[in-house]
Design a protein around this ligand. Structure first.
Ligand code: F6R
Ligand code: MG
Ligand code: MG
Length: 371
């Protein structure tokens, strides 16, 4: 028991074929790398998986957030795997590693990160969600539903430990500004912000109350904007999210309920299209059609003195079949719009893609008009 930190650090370091998936040996390579660190006590435990072309690590340790040793461990692992990907000429090998050397913290260097330190409870279910072919704000709608909508989370009405509500830390992902809004009393103001998914992303969620932040922390999303960091289109941010469940937090089932819409998110082909976020089992985290549609996987762990028990593949259940069916229908409908908005994302969102280069060439074709 005591304070434990969960660090999810992920990167796209190359994939097969095009941008679909990572090779099993890349997962094994990262597992071996983290296993060596576990043996010498740098980390307590780890789990490695992939969502599409993104290699995802979950590490538990006692070193707190932003620890240089833990970040370097992940960075070195990604470097190793990227070198392997290069040796096999996998597609976009080393894509998310924006510099050659480690700066002391992976933030700003390309990999995505969600990291939280909390007081381990008597029994502590921790859920990890990872997306491919979309951006951090893809979590806005499901996390709002899970932590603020009583039609999704019955506990907001029924559980005396949850009725006070939750506080949301919101990030302006371009200006790097943050604001905290409290629910239910500021729900409309919160929605006024997070409904603008092109600018605002939920960063953290806390349970209200007088306990320490390490007891109240409920969720954290990775909000690194890869293309803003790189100054050009590199790939979508493909975020991860950590959610704590049960005993005053939403239950595991209530958290999963947040992903039943198949809501529209930005990303998909060339990071330039809106499509439904499809919840899938790990087996189907393979975005093939038009490089998508965007996927989300969920892994359920129990933390036991820092040890990761599990995972349970959360969307590997027949109760999600009809959600996936709906996503396929929405995908068909959206695809029929071809290059037109709202399938194609707005001009602002295309800033960091290759479209501005195309538009630049057309600039001299425009002449003044009296009309
Ligand atoms: C999505 C993504 C892909 C690529 C697309 C074109 O995040 O990375 O959809 O944008 O496959 O890739 P290039 O330009 O490398 O041929
Ligand atoms: Mg890729
Ligand atoms: Mg990806």
């Amino acid at each position: 028991m005591g304070l434990i930190t969960v660090s999810c650090i992920k990167a796209d370091v190359g994939s097969l074929s095009g941008h679909i998936t990572v090779l099993p040996e890349m997962i094994k390579m990262m597992e071996d790398h983290l296993d060596a660190a576990k043996k010498v006590g740098t980390i307590v435990d780890y789990h490695v998986f992939n969502c599409g072309d993104d290699l995802e690590t979950v590490m538990t340790h006692r070193k707190g957030r932003d620890n240089a040793e833990v970040h370097k461990l992940a960075w070195d692992g990604f470097m190793k795997v990227a070198n392997y990907a290069r040796s096999k000429k996998l597609y976009a090998a080393g894509q998310d590693l924006l510099s050659d050397s480690f700066s002391g913290n992976v933030r700003g260097q390309g990999p995505g990160i969600a990291e939280m330190t909390f007081m381990e409870r008597k029994s502590d279910p921790v859920l990890i969600f990872a997306c491919d072919k979309t951006e951090p704000a893809a979590f806005n709608l499901p996390l709002f539903k899970v932590f603020a909508d009583p039609f999704t989370t019955a506990g907001l009405v029924i559980d005396p430990k949850a009725t006070a509500g939750f506080s949301f830390e919101i990030m302006d992902v371009y200006k790097h500004l943050k604001a905290t809004l409290h629910c239910p009393e500021e729900m409309y103001a919160l929605l006024a912000l997070i409904g603008t998914t092109s600018t605002y992303a939920i960063k953290r969620i806390y349970k209200k109350g007088s306990e320490s932040p390490e007891e109240r922390i409920a969720a954290e999303v990775c909000t690194e904007k890869l293309n803003v960091l790189a100054g050009q289109y590199v790939g979508k941010d493909d975020p991860v999210c950590i959610v704590r469940a049960q005993s005053g937090f939403p239950s595991v089932g209530e958290v999963i309920e947040g992903f039943t819409l198949g809501h529209l998110v930005s990303g998909w082909m060339r990071g330039s299209h809106k499509g439904p976020l499809m919840p899938v089992s790990l087996k189907y985290a393979t975005p093939t059609r038009f490089d998508g549609p965007p996927r989300v996987v969920g892994l359920g762990f129990q933390i036991c003195n820092g040890e990761l028990i599990g995972p349970k593949d959360l969307f590997d259940d027949v109760s999600f079949d009809h959600v996936r069916e709906r996503c396929n229908l929405i995908a068909d409908y959206m695809r029929m719009h071809g290059p037109f908005e709202p399938h194609r994302v707005s001009e602002k969102e295309l800033e960091y893609t290759t479209l501005p280069d195309v538009l630049k060439k057309l600039e001299q074709r425009f002449k003044p008009t009296e009309e």
